[in-house]
Design a protein around this ligand. Structure first.
Ligand code: ADP
Ligand code: MG
Length: 594
C-alpha cells in the first residue's frame, strides 16, 4: 500500500561516517587560530587544576603534621589562584566558542538555503516541504552543542586525561594500571550499544522530520481540513506521529542515560578498590606510599573518570549531530539537475522565435507525459494551447522555462537550443504566470515589482492599469502600499491573478506565458482585460493556456493537445472548419453559453 509521504522514514545511512565530521571541519577552518588559542588556554587551565591534589598531598604530608601555618596559607592561596584562573578561562571559552558555533551555524544555514533555492522543481515535487524546512531550521540548530562547546570540550578533556595519567604515573605506576582496569569494560559496553544508539538517533530525527512534514501540510491545508471537518481525523494522525517521535526519542536517550551511571560506577569501584588495596598495603608495610599520596592518587582517579564521562556523554551529542549532519549534507549535496552547461553562454536578447523539435518528456521514468511534440511559433505570435485537464499543457510551457530537463528532442529559442544557455539569462527574458498565482507577504507594490526590482511606482501603476488591477487596488485600505499577508490571504483568487498579471507585464518579457491566467477572473473584467491583453501581447511571443475559448479565439495559432500528443494545430477558423476535437470543444462551450 502506498503510504503518505509523512509516514515514510527517510533512508538511513549505515555506519559511523567520519567523512561527515571531516566535512564540518571545512566550516571550522576560518577559526583555526581561535580554536588553537582556546585549546591552549584550556590546556593550561586543565594542567593548573592537576596541581590541586599535589597541593593537598603537600598539606597532608608536611604542612599539617608540622603545623606550618604559613605554608598552609600559601597552599590555600595557590588553590584560590588556580580556581580564579580556571573560571576566567571557562568564561572566555564559553563566550568565544558560542560565538564561533553560531557563526558556523549561520554559514551552514546559508549554504543549505542557497542550495535549496537552486534545486529543480522535481526536488520539491518529490518530498514534503516540511521535511525540507526541518533541515534548514531544526537540524542546523541542533549542531549548536557540537560546535560551541562539544568539540573543544572533547579535545581538552582528552588532553587532560593524558596529563592526569602522567601525574598518576608520577605517584605510582602499579596503582595507575590497577585503577584503569575499568576502561576495557567501558569500551566493551560502548562497542555493544554503539550502533544501536546511532540508529536510535537516526530514527528519532526521522520521526521529527515526519512530524514536521505533517504539521506543515496541515497548516497549508487548514481551510480544506476545516471545510471537510477533518479535524478529529487529523488530530489522530498528528497524535500518532507525535507519539512516534516521543517514543523514538525516549528510546534514543535511554542509551544516553545508560552510559553515565556505568562510568560513575566504574569510577567509584576503582576508587574504593584502590583505597582498600592501599590501606592494606600500608598496614602491612608493603608500600612506601604516604597517606597524602593515597588521597592525591584517589582524587586523580576521580579526575580521570570525569573527563571520560564528559567524552562518553558527548559521544551521544556527536551521534545525534551526525544524524543531523547526514541530512544537512545530503541536502547540500543534492544534485542540481538543471544547471548551466559548462560552456553555457548568456541567452542573447530574445527575439521570440520558439521551436519544439520532437520533444519527449516524463516526470517519472517510463511514464511519458509528452510524446514527440513539435511546433514552431514565430516571434510576436500568440500561441494558444488547449486540451483536457492533464493533457500536458502546463508541462509544455514549464519545459520552455527549463524547469525540467527534457528526455529527448530539442527546444530552440531564436535557433539556440535552450540547453546551451545559462538558465538565468533565459528565465529573465520570460514572463510566466502560473496556474496558481503566488502572492508573497509584503505590499502590493512589492509583489508586482517582484520580477523587476528597478521598476518605478509609475511603471507599476501603468502595468496595473493595463491589466485592470488598478481599480481594486485603489479601493484597498492603503492602495498600492496595502500589506498583503502570506499567500495573499485577504485577496480573492481573481485579484491575485490580476496582480500576478501585472507582475508578468512589468517584467517586460519577450516571451510571455499565461497558464490559465484568467481562469478566476469574472467575465466582465475579462472582457475589459481583452484590450489590455492585446497591448500586453504586442511585440511578444505569447503562450496562452485557457479554458475559456473566447480568450484564445484570436490567437495566431491554436494547439490542441491530448494525452501528451498534438491532436490538431491551426488558427481558430481552420480548426472550426476541420470539425475535429477543437470544434467539439468550441461547440460545447458555445452551447453552454447560449
Ligand atoms: N510534478 C509532477 N510530477 C509528476 N507528474 C506530473 C507532475 N505535474 C504534472 N504531472 C502529470 O503530467 C500530466 C500533465 O500535467 P499538466 O501538464 O499539468 O496538465 P494540464 O494540461 O492540465 O496542464 C498529468 O497527467 C499529471 O498527472
Ligand atoms: Mg495546467
Amino acid at each position: 500500500m502506498a503510504r503518505n509521504t509523512y509516514e515514510v522514514d527517510e533512508e538511513l545511512e549505515t555506519g559511523f561516517d567520519i567523512e561527515k565530521l571531516k566535512r564540518i571541519s571545512i566550516y571550522l577552518k576560518p577559526y583555526k587560530k581561535t580554536i588553537f588559542w582556546i585549546l591552549f588556554l584550556m590546556a593550561t587551565s586543565s594542567i593548573a587544576t592537576m596541581f590541586i591534589p599535589i597541593i593537598f598531598m603537600e598539606a597532608m604530608n608536611s604542612a599539617i603534621p608540622q603545623k606550618d601555618m604559613s605554608q598552609i596559607v600559601r597552599l590555600g592561596i595557590d588553590i584560590l589562584a588556580i580556581s580564579i584562573y580556571v573560571s576566567i578561562v571557562l568564561k572566555i571559552r564559553s563566550r568565544v566558542m558560542t560565538k564561533m558555533g553560531q557563526n558556523i551555524i549561520y554559514e551552514i544555514r546559508k549554504d543549505i538555503f542557497t542550495h535549496i533555492q537552486n534545486l529543480p522543481f522535481s526536488y520539491f515535487d518529490s518530498r514534503p516541504h516540511g521535511k525540507i524546512q526541518v533541515r534548514v531550521v531544526n537540524y542546523v540548530n541542533n549542531l549548536s552543542d557540537l560546535l560551541s562547546t562539544g568539540l573543544v570540550n572533547v579535545l581538552t578533556e582528552a588532553g587532560s586525561i593524558v596529563f592526569i595519567v602522567c601525574f598518576m604515573l608520577y605517584i605510582d605506576v602499579k596503582f595507575t594500571i590497577i585503577s584503569m582496569i575499568g576502561l576495557p569494560v567501558l569500551i566493551f559496553i560502548i562497542c555493544i550499544i554503539n550502533s544501536k544508539q546511532r540508529k536510535a538517533w537516526q530514527k528519532a530525527s526521522n520521526k521529527q522530520s515526519n512530524l514536521n512534514a505533517y504539521i506543515s501540510e496541515s497548516i497549508n491545508g487548514i481551510r480544506i481540513t476545516q471545510s471537510f471537518v477533518r479535524e478529529e481525523e487529523n488530530m489522530k494522525i498528528f497524535n500518532r506521529l507525535s507519539g512516534n517521535y516521543r517514543d523514538s526519542w525516549m528510546q534514543a536517550v535511554k542509551y544516553n542515560f545508560l552510559l553515565g551511571p556505568i562510568v560513575e560506577n566504574i569510577s567509584a569501584f576503582s576508587t574504593s578498590f584502590i583505597y582498600v588495596l592501599s590501606v592494606y598495603l600500608i598496614i602491612n608495610d608493603k608500600t612506601m606510599l604516604t597517606a597524602g599520596a593515597i588521597v592525591a592518587f584517589t582524587s586523580y582517579i576521580g579526575r580521570f573518570w570525569a573527563p571520560i564521562n564528559t567524552i562518553v556523554s558527548f559521544y551521544n551529542t556527536i551521534l545525534t549531530s551526525l544524524s543531523y549532519l547526514e541530512r544537512i549534507f545530503e541536502t547540500i549535496d543534492e544534485p542540481i539537475e538543471i544547471k548551466d552547461k559548462e560552456d553555457a553562454k548568456d541567452m542573447p536578447k530574445i527575439d521570440g522565435n520558439v521551436v519544439f523539435d520532437k520533444v519527449c518528456f516524463s516526470y517519472e521514468e517510463g511514464a511519458y507525459v509528452l510524446k514527440d511534440i513539435s511546433f514552431e511559433v514565430k516571434s510576436g505570435q500568440s500561441f494558444a494551447i488547449v486540451g483536457p485537464t492533464g493533457a500536458g499543457k502546463t508541462t509544455i510551457v514549464n519545459l520552455l522555462s527549463r524547469f525540467y530537463n527534457i528526455n529527448s528532442g530539442h527546444i530552440y529559442i531564436d535557433g539556440i537550443d535552450i540547453e546551451n544557455v545559462t538558465i538565468k539569462s533565459l528565465r529573465k527574458q520570460m514572463g510566466v504566470m502560473m496556474q496558481e498565482s503566488f502572492i508573497f507577504s509584503g505590499t502590493i507594490m512589492d509583489n508586482i515589482r517582484y520580477g523587476n526590482k528597478d521598476a518605478t511606482d509609475e511603471e507599476v501603476i501603468r502595468a496595473s492599469k493595463t491589466v485592470c488591477a488598478h481599480d481594486f487596488i485603489m479601493q484597498m485600505e492603503n492602495g498600492y502600499n496595502t500589506v498583503v499577508k502570506e499567500r495573499g490571504a485577504g485577496l480573492s483568487t481573481g485579484q491575485k491573478q490580476l496582480i500576478s498579471f501585472a507582475r508578468a507585464l512589468l517584467a517586460n518579457p519577450k516571451i510571455l506565458i499565461l497558464d490559465e491566467a484568467t481562469s478566476s477572473i469574472d467575465t466582465e473584467t475579462e472582457i475589459a482585460l481583452q484590450e489590455g491583453l492585446k497591448k500586453l501581447l504586442q511585440n511578444r511571443t505569447s503562450f496562452i493556456i485557457a479554458h475559456r475559448l473566447s480568450t484564445i479565439k484570436n490567437s495566431d495559432c491554436i494547439l490542441y493537445v491530448d494525452k501528451g500528443q498534438i491532436v490538431e494545430k491551426g488558427s481558430h477558423n481552420e480548426l472550426i472548419a476541420k470539425k475535429g476535437a477543437y470544434y467539439k470543444l468550441y461547440m460545447s462551450q458555445y452551447e453552454f453559453l447560449k
